[in-house]
Design a binder for this molecule. Structure first.
Ligand SMILES: C[S@@+](CC[C@H](N)C(=O)[O-])C[C@H]1O[C@@H](n2cnc3c(N)ncnc32)[C@H](O)[C@@H]1O
Length: 185
């Protein structure tokens, strides 16, 4: 049976919830705000990554999961999306079920800088210049030779010039391949 103290605690947390939301208390700290990639740009990113049914696609900062879901639905790939915002991951899981690819994709709440994406054959990014540059050593360390990285809009700085750049719908898309020298660096 609930005690009066239990009741007061529960009532207190119910009253506090709207206030906490209004003050953004407990909201994840985003390194990059949520801005989705348009569907036609997603398809060109997958083309630039050469995504096929043999690939494992990771989207670091996956938003509503559209890149990984399109890779699974249209290319037969498997994929994983990681986002620090649990609300985005809820949306991504819902979208995967609606697209009937939930058996081929996984979405995880997490910080991309604390993630292991070594199994990826293709990594997609829509982050920011300084976040890409901070991520570069992790990409070189974790990914296997031959893995591809595709970024919407932002480069990796002078340390890693892109192998290929395309302009689509006024957006810049950049692609890199992991080479043996990156593993030795
Ligand atoms: C510009 S959006 C890109 C969304 C998706 N990749 C796309 O292209 O449609 C960036 C995403 O990164 C997520 N994000 C920001 N900081 C992050 C971090 N440290 N770890 C994981 N995700 C992060 C945001 O929540 C947001 O959904």
């Amino acid at each position: 049976m609930q005690t009066r103290r239990d009741f007061m605690l529960l009532a207190g947390s119910l009253l506090a919830a709207p206030l906490a939301r209004a003050q953004n208390v407990g909201a994840p700290k985003l390194d990059v705000p949520y801005v989705p990639t348009p569907p036609e740009v997603v398809r060109v990113m997958l083309d630039m990554g050469g995504v096929t049914g043999r690939d494992m696609v990771y989207d670091l900062g996956c938003g509503d999961g559209r890149i990984v879901i399109t890779a699974a639905k249209e290319r037969g790939a498997r994929g994983v999306g990681i986002d620090i915002d649990p609300q985005r991951i809820d949306e991504a899981n819902r979208n995967a079920r609606e697209a009937r690819v939930a058996d081929r994709v996984q979405f995880r709440v997490g910080d991309l800088f604390a993630s292991n994406f070594a199994e990826a054959t293709v990594v997609t990014l829509y982050l920011l210049p300084q976040i890409n540059q901070r991520l570069r050593p992790q990409l070189w360390r974790q990914l296997a030779v031959g893995a591809r990285v595709v970024s919407h809009e932002f480069d990796m700085g002078d340390m890693w010039p892109a192998d290929r750049i395309e302009n689509v719908e006024g957006r810049r898309l950049l692609a890199w391949t992991i080479k043996p020298e990156h593993k030795r660096a």
